[in-house]
Design a protein around this ligand. Sequence first.
Ligand SMILES: Cc1cc2nc3c(=O)[nH]c(=O)nc-3n(C[C@H](O)[C@H](O)[C@H](O)COP(=O)(O)OP(=O)(O)OC[C@H]3O[C@@H](n4cnc5c(N)ncnc54)[C@H](O)[C@@H]3O)c2cc1C
Length: 431
Amino acid sequence: MAQAFDVVVIGGGPGGYIAAIRAAQLGMKVACIDEWKNAAGGPAPGGTCTNVGCIPSKALLQSSENYEQAAHHFADHGIGVGTLSLDLKKMLARKDAVVKQNNDGIVYLFKKNKVAFFHGRGSFVKTVDAGYEVAVAGAANETLTAGQVIVATGSSPRALPGVTFDEDRILSNDGALRIPGVPKTLGVVGSGVIGLEMGSVWRRLGAEVTILEALPGLLGMADEAVAREALKVFTKQGLQLEFGVRISEVKAGKKSVSVSYANAKGEAASLEVERLIVSIGRVPNTVGLDPEAVGLKLDERGAIVVDDECRTNLEGVWAIGDVVRGPMLAHKAEEEGVAVAERIAGQHGHVDFNTVPWVIYTSPEIAWVGQTEAQLKAAGRAVKAGQFPFMANGRARALGDTTGFVKFVADAKTDEILGVHIIGPFANELI
Ligand SMILES: Cc1cc2nc3c(=O)[nH]c(=O)nc-3n(C[C@H](O)[C@H](O)[C@H](O)COP(=O)(O)OP(=O)(O)OC[C@H]3O[C@@H](n4cnc5c(N)ncnc54)[C@H](O)[C@@H]3O)c2cc1C
């Protein structure tokens, strides 16, 4: 016998669990299905973000930054630390504990808000009078029905063609967060947010890190001035960055990985490293969802097609977060989740895509919101830009970190702020 709900949410990442909780708070009977398993095979709601994304990466970024501060910067403040040591096992265990606290927090919030949680894979079965039938395949097999379904199945790491993640030598973001010993040499394919953050973690802990990037420069999506400054600082820190590379072969051996590629001049080159992180983007996750069972439309990238309000081609079916268009960011998924729950409740949920901030938690941090100067000029908009260096800022001097600047881009006539771009201390909090 099918269990009937007002809303079924498929996926319990930041998009899905937030949507489920908000819908329940608005008085609806809600179920959330999530298939993520912890090491013991039990439920671990929170999706990529909580389990192998934002949360564990930020835990390791903080731990490794503390290590680097103690190793290289405490002395400037007159603090001696004697002989510094690294207990990587403890650092990784701390990160796992932080993840578990977040998993447990979501389970608690589901209970508190009376969201029924189902651990397993959710897939569309058919349309029924009540709306949609959704099967749960997991520890127990269940059938649910609901008039409203929110798909929040997230994304998975993209592999290089023909190169599978073994999570031992060739690592996705998952394996990159649990390397058992600091590698002497580490390669990273892709200099996006994830590649830069994971490369920074292992460099601070002592690895020699080389990043290979297909594009001609760093951080194509950031403001040009920020990208230039970032390249200068990261190179000075010891990250080796090579641009314009075309990878032809990746071979994993027992103790190392070799990467063959053509460099920017088209010459044959190779890199031999202990471990290789591949972070070349993410693909929308619809495996096992059976969208075809109900005729749910996907685009050529495999993302679910939605309008500005996250409505799919099917009445009563919505999709949010990484599985739809737009930036793959946890807070964007959350905002869409809240807005969809409110729309289902007849309210006027709204997401302003112009004000979704980006943060890269490297050191210095990089953060921005709105458009870059180059994007605005290309669109023919008359703008003016102002830049102020942290070098001339008393708070930054007191902090002992004067790297970078804050840049504002505004409409030349009206002063409307169109973009804010920061590289430097506390960029994350400032944005
Ligand atoms: C290393 C890394 C660091 C990141 N750092 C940041 C950051 O600092 N800030 C930020 O904003 N973003 C960050 N992100 C991006 C962020 O993690 C994603 O944008 C966010 O998790 C998307 O949320 P979501 O709910 O759409 O999907 P997900 O978090 O991917 O959750 C989807 C869930 O659905 C489940 N699922 C999939 N299919 C089914 C099915 N058929 N049935 C049941 N369950 C299913 C999955 O198992 C998963 O639990 C980072 C990502 C990575 C990889």
